[in-house]
Design a protein around this ligand. Sequence first.
Ligand SMILES: NC(=O)C1=CN([C@@H]2O[C@H](COP(=O)(O)OP(=O)(O)OC[C@H]3O[C@@H](n4cnc5c(N)ncnc54)[C@H](OP(=O)(O)O)[C@@H]3O)[C@@H](O)[C@H]2O)[C@@H](O)CC1
Ligand SMILES: Nc1ncnc2c1ncn2[C@@H]1O[C@H](COP(=O)(O)OP(=O)(O)O)[C@@H](O)[C@H]1O
Length: 511
Amino acid sequence: MPEPVLSPAGVKAVDARLEKAGLLDLAMEEAGRAGADAVQQFFPVGRVLLLAGGGANGGDALVAARHLHALGRGVTVLALPGKHPLTRLNRRRLKAAGVPVQALTVAALRRSLRNSQVVVDGLLGTGFTPPLRPALQELVALVNGLVNGSGRPVVALDLPTGLDARVSSVAGEPVHATVTVTFSGLKPALVYGPAAHHAGQVILADLRLPPGWALSEALALRPTSAELAALLPVRFADAHKGTAGNVWVIGGHPGTVGAAALAGWAALRTGAGLVTVHPEAQVPLVTPELMIRQHPSLLEALKDTPAAKRPDALCVGMGLGPHAVQVARQVLTWRLPTVLDADALHPELAGHGHTHCLWTPHPGEAARLLGTSTTDVTRDPIQAARALQERLGGVIVLKGGPSTIATPDGIFVSRGGHPGMASAGMGDTLSGILAALLAQGLRTEQAALAGVTLHARAGELAGAQHGYGLIATDLISQLGSAWETLKHPTSPTAAAWSEGVLMNGSRNELD
Ligand SMILES: NC(=O)C1=CN([C@@H]2O[C@H](COP(=O)(O)OP(=O)(O)OC[C@H]3O[C@@H](n4cnc5c(N)ncnc54)[C@H](OP(=O)(O)O)[C@@H]3O)[C@@H](O)[C@H]2O)[C@@H](O)CC1
Ligand SMILES: Nc1ncnc2c1ncn2[C@@H]1O[C@H](COP(=O)(O)OP(=O)(O)O)[C@@H](O)[C@H]1O
């Protein structure tokens, strides 16, 4: 199964539920053990300095110290006064095991940092409320300056000190971790940048709690690889272009025709049988299979299109220019499966959508739709996606690395892809993919889940070849292989993909 991402509200709720169920002592023991295991696995040599705060996060560090000591590792433990009863209990357990605990002061930290090869950050976890108080700021700056400056690793427990677990933004200077061992679920701050840039490699520890106990606090755990394989359509041998899905791309204006061409090309490579681009400017012949219909007036031509001549799915807005709102409003009256992107992502269209609409904003477009700032959207993409879904209806794909998908039934976080996808035209490509899936019969939510994953997978395959030089046409040329890896997860292509992903350090969200 994909790893659960806790909702912003769920982050603190899991701690409260553990406490209420009387499971916190057991969970803290497992959390500390998992922290010690990570230190042993990743950094098996040298003295370990463990920093413990006063809350339960500090308790985890004290447990980790006991386990490391039992394994024969040299440990130095610096702790703030224990405020949580279990933290105080684990301090006594640690002392009983023969490990001294010293007061955490700036002087003690300076001294101990010099003699340690690995640092464990158990100062603050999910109980942190920003901003970091000055005394803690000084300690964090010392850890970052001395430890990271000399290349020594930091293992953060649950999340690096100074990150607000619920949001992706960063205030002040958090600990820069090399590895983060997190508990019960991934926190939004460990998934979305810039906060996630401070976490290093993130490991979700198994706390040996009852299976799925925290899932009620998590965002939707889909799609699984089995679900994706089932979603991608299968054709009968007698399929023909008229049954394989008819897509219209309505986009392209002088200077931005490439956007529409990319969407059309991607739709073809995602299996659509017929793809026609309706631009407001001459579109270059990117591929002879793409039909191009330029009209004296695009809007009038659309108004005059009878129901029988309309396609199976539409993709509207990429590079469409100043008439995008009028054009989108016109085709929305058709109530066909419709992907809205770029210039068609306009607040004036709120109230004109329907359940078959798939809105695909990047954070800047999302901010325009919500009447807020891009910073507000990227600070809490989960909340922004939910707000967009409530305002616009249909399904929202709030694009990024990761993308957040909001449906009437829940929120999904799609974490695949490759950083080389930070390149112009990738969103146009996604729109074409989504429209092709809609035209082949997938429902709006299904098309969003499958299309975003297909796009990300093609990006991973193309990224393995082109790295940061990846461009949208490279991704399009990998759509066939990406489809193959998703449709047949045990095929040789899928095996080669997993190998490539491991080599490139991309993340596999599927089971
Ligand atoms: N979920 C799970 O599965 C499990 C969860 N577990 C663990 O529980 C952790 C949550 O524990 P928690 O609630 O005790 O909070 P925690 O992060 O230790 O912080 C509290 C301390 O922070 C301080 N403080 C706050 N703001 C501050 C500021 N701005 N600047 C400075 N200080 C500030 C605050 O001080 P106070 O306000 O009381 O003066 C208090 O001392 C969680 O992250 C995970 O590690 C595991 O044990 C078991 C499995
Ligand atoms: N680092 C990344 N990791 C994964 N996906 C990414 C990354 N950067 C961009 N993408 C994807 O590329 C697409 C970019 O969309 P957008 O900004 O609308 O591009 P454009 O407008 O140039 O077509 C989105 O689908 C986004 O999820």
